[in-house]
Design a protein around this ligand. Structure first.
Ligand SMILES: *[C@@H]1O[C@H](CO)[C@@H](O)[C@H](O)[C@H]1NC(C)=O
Ligand SMILES: *[C@@H]1O[C@H](CO)[C@@H](O)[C@H](O)[C@H]1NC(C)=O
Ligand SMILES: [Zn+2]
Length: 269
């Protein structure tokens, strides 16, 4: 008798929940950049930044099915040597990028001159000097990095957007995007914030049929959301950083929003 309404409810709820938690979303043309091939350079400060903060984007671009194809490159400006583990951490970074899909000949780590140090900013001109050759030689047209809050306010992270802005001044064809730092409450709402963003984006997609709002359109072109599978992949990449897996990292991966959602803002040089 009662099974009918219950199966109706389940029949509606299950696809709904599945859509919310398990279906990844990524823009058709990231940042509205349209070309046949986009060469995207992820600029990070330390080994593990790539999987703790940027995984939804790397995975989203790698699985892109639109007419633009993306080639991913990664340049990490330090070996994360604050505790003397630089060599180990470089290997861990390689293993993590294997999981996230950045090829071996498209990834680099610098041993010097940038020091992993939580009290130091890095010189903007020096960043430009060291990053520029990678941009030119690989004909990079999009650079991705932290924003001015650097997610965790680490001065090394914050230095990168200053460097990226200066690079954009010199290389006119280059476009740059910064990963938006959300407030602390949102930072630790992981899956809940992914669900909220997915709802918002799906609503945008629906409304766009009738009324193409500018804010919806730009949100759509600048947000990557991982599904369950993407989250599991990011977790696998994180496990490659064995030297970093202390207890509070586990709290991080369990609750962090950046393991699920990346929102970008364009950098204007
Ligand atoms: C992109 O590809 C199309 C078809 O393959 C080609 O006609 C066009 O010239 C290409 N555009 C650029 C900018 O390479
Ligand atoms: C970080 O830099 C400060 C000075 O700016 C220095 O005193 C400290 O020893 C450095 N830490 C490491 C791990 O190099
Ligand atoms: Zn870092």
């Amino acid at each position: 008798m009662f099974s009918t309404p219950i199966s109706w409810i389940l029949g509606i709820l299950i696809p709904f929940i599945y859509t919310l938690c398990c279906v990844p979303l990524s823009p058709h043309e990231f940042g509205g950049v349209s070309s046949n091939v986009s060469r995207v350079l992820l600029l990070t400060a330390h080994p593990d930044d790539e999987c703790m903060f940027f995984a939804p984007t790397l995975l989203g671009l790698n699985n892109q099915v639109s007419k633009t194809s993306y080639e991913l490159y990664s340049l990490c400006l330090s070996s994360g040597d604050a505790d003397g583990l630089g060599d180990i951490r470089k290997q861990e970074l390689g293993a993590s990028l294997d999981v996230l899909g950045v090829a071996e000949d498209r990834r680099w780590v610098l041993d010097s001159p940038f020091k992993d140090n939580i009290t130091q900013f890095w010189e903007t001109e020096q960043i430009v000097e060291y990053v520029q050759p990678y941009i030119t030689e690989n004909r990079i047209n999009i650079v991705l990095t932290f924003d001015e809050h650097g997610i965790s306010s680490h001065p090394n992270h914050i230095s990168l957007i200053r460097g990226a802005s200066a690079l954009l001044d010199e290389q006119r064809h280059l476009r740059g995007f910064a990963l938006k730092t959300t407030n602390v409450a949102a930072k630790y709402t992981g899956q809940a914030s992914a669900i909220w963003n997915i709802l918002h984006l799906r609503l945008c997609a629906l409304l766009n049929n009738y009324y193409a709002s500018e804010s919806c359109r730009s949100k759509e072109s600048l947000t990557f959301i991982s599904g369950l599978e993407g989250y599991a992949t990011a977790l696998r990449a994180m496990m490659r950083h064995k030297s970093q897996l202390v207890w509070f990292r586990w709290l991080y991966v369990a609750f962090s929003r950046y393991m699920w959602v990346n929102e970008w803002v364009e950098i204007h040089g």
